[in-house]
Design a binder for this molecule. Structure first.
Ligand code: LMR
Length: 334
């Protein structure tokens, strides 16, 4: 083959590879542990839709719900290794990664309203918390809402004394451990995907979660009693592998940031409604007695769990706990 033909063949081969590359979409594997029909599940699907549209198909988002790819702890490892690119773990699951500060979100009674929560997640506190992830190879993109927690067991939970000796499933947060110890219960860390079976077989006696998570995992079918306590909060940090994110073409990253902003608005707008509907579903199923605390009982629960804020300030950072409480005060809460 003479030289010019060789050049032509090489140029053609390069052009082919070039266009093949141009057409191969960037794949974002988005793994999570909850059902599709939840605030996070729907948020992930909305992000997929918006991201694929905003990038004209140059990005493909594959959503893997319900722990189909990884369970709680494994999914964070998989993100760091680059086996998946995006997650939205509960804020209660960052302790094992060595980022204890996120446990501020788990403190009982830290958020008297969603408005206080949004001041935290959308303001400097939320931004500073995301900075703590950078050294772990993770970039924080957004905070997604779920809701306030209820308590469940196979006996009525009306006063703190009712928790005595109960084995309660918790997420991997030392604050949640302290919370249940303050109630005289025995907390047990367990992956979300294992909770239904553990409740069914009596490995644990009860749990806390949002109505949406309880209903979509059918936990209410194996719990005779549920108390509307709203004692704590569950929300998410949408996170990406930092190397992957930083390596994206800038126009793609900008488009994805826009998609994430809109998906976040959507998720936070539907979260309360999803939880209200789930509560209706639990009531309709007729298998669980729902209990509303009266004012005196609510005060008793608060008195039992509030000291956890002080007890865990050393772990989380007293300044951080104070700064969150200041956001409450700014909105007129004591
Ligand atoms: C749990 O593990 O209880 C939940 O926080 C799971 C989730 O992602 O909502």
């Amino acid at each position: 083959m003479n030289r010019s033909i060789v050049h032509l063949v090489l140029a053609a081969a390069l052009a082919c590879t070039g266009s093949a590359f141009a057409q191969a979409p960037i794949v974002i594997k988005f793994s999570h542990v909850v059902a599709h029909d939840t605030p996070k599940g729907k948020g992930a699907e909305r992000f997929k839709e918006l991201a694929e549209k905003a990038t004209n198909g140059r990005v493909k988002v594959e959503v893997y719900p319900n722990s189909t790819l990884y369970k709680d702890k494994e999914e964070l490892e998989a993100l760091q290794l680059g086996a998946v690119q995006m997650l939205a773990p509960s804020l209660a699951k960052f302790g094992p990664l060595g980022v204890k500060e996120f446990e501020v979100f788990d403190l009982p009674y830290i958020f008297p309203s969603k408005d206080v929560l949004y001041r935290v997640t959308e303001g400097p506190i939320g931004k500073n918390l995301f900075k703590k992830l950078e050294s772990k190879g993770i970039t924080g993109l957004a905070y997604w809402d779920n809701g306030f927690k209820v308590m469940s067991a196979n006996k009525p939970l009306r006063t703190p004394a009712d928790f005595k000796g109960l084995k309660m499933r918790i997420q991997s947060s030392k604050v949640l451990d302290a919370q249940f110890r303050a109630l005289g219960a025995n907390p047990q860390v367990m992956a979300f995907s294992e909770v239904y079976q553990a409740l069914q077989t009596g490995v644990v006696d009860g749990t806390e979660n949002t109505p949406s998570n309880i209903y979509t995992q059918k936990m209410h079918e194996v719990q005779t009693n549920l108390t509307m306590s709203n004692h704590g909060y569950i929300g998410y940090a949408v996170i990406v592998n930092k190397k992957f994110w930083d390596g994206l073409p800038p126009d793609i990253r900008t488009a994805l940031e826009g998609a994430m902003k809109d998906a976040t608005k959507y998720t936070n707008a539907i979260a309360q409604q999803e939880n209200d509907q789930a509560m209706e579903g639990i009531k309709k199923a007729g298998k669980t007695t729902i209990y509303q605390l009266n004012d005196a009982q609510r005060e008793e629960w608060r008195k039992a769990m509030l000291p956890v804020q002080k007890e865990m300030a050393g772990r989380i950072g007293a300044d951080l706990v104070n700064s969150v409480n200041k956001e409450s005060a700014a909105l007129g809460f004591k």
